[in-house]
Design a protein around this ligand. Structure first.
Ligand SMILES: [Zn+2]
Length: 176
């Protein structure tokens, strides 16, 4: 099983690389990521969160939902309209913060059948995609917070960095 990488690991701050082709190996990786994501009760997981510096994320918005695989995603447009909602991240156990993001986006990506897609995405999926896409560029959701709010998290962040992660935080649902 793939292990989740936590805050403090430099891989979470790196820029990811494109897949040259969506072959069997790439699809197998996506499937393995889906298993890891579901084990940790997450709804989204990006390459760097399992230590892989590649442009990939998987999303599954609920138990009965269809898994979605995104390779080489690129956000082409974002709406002016924004919304605010709480986010948690598999790489930042125990931290939940309200984050402002564009309400809808236009996304280009390649799916697991090697088909290039351009889609307008809104609702909570738009938020999850933006959070995962941030991971592919070395950004974390806490980077969207004000300095004051980030300072308040300093203690919690240091704990994660030092590997002092409370077991109960790892059971939290719907992280991305
Ligand atoms: Zn995350």
């Amino acid at each position: 099983m793939l292990n989740i990488v936590y805050y403090g690991d430099p891989v979470l701050r790196e820029e990811c690389e494109d897949f040259k082709q969506i072959d069997e190996e790439a699809v197998n990786l996506a499937q393995d990521m889906l298993v890891a994501m579901e084990t940790y009760k997450g709804v989204g997981l990006a390459g760097p969160q399992i230590g892989i510096r590649k442009k990939i994320f998987v999303i599954k918005m609920g138990e009965d939902a269809k898994p979605l695989f995104f390779f080489n995603p690129e956000i082409l447009e974002v709406s002016e309209e924004e919304n605010i909602a709480e986010e948690g991240c598999l790489s930042l156990p125990g931290i939940w913060e309200k984050i402002i993001r564009p309400a809808s986006i236009k996304l280009k990506y390649t799916n697991e059948k090697d088909e290039e897609k351009i889609e307008q995405i809104d609702g909570f999926l738009a938020r999850v995609v933006q959070h995962e896409n941030d991971h592919l560029h070395g950004r974390l959701f806490i980077d969207h917070l004000s300095l004051v709010k980030k300072r308040l998290l300093k203690k919690a962040l240091t704990k994660i960095k030092n590997g002092e992660i409370d077991e109960e935080y790892l059971q939290e649902k719907d992280r991305i």
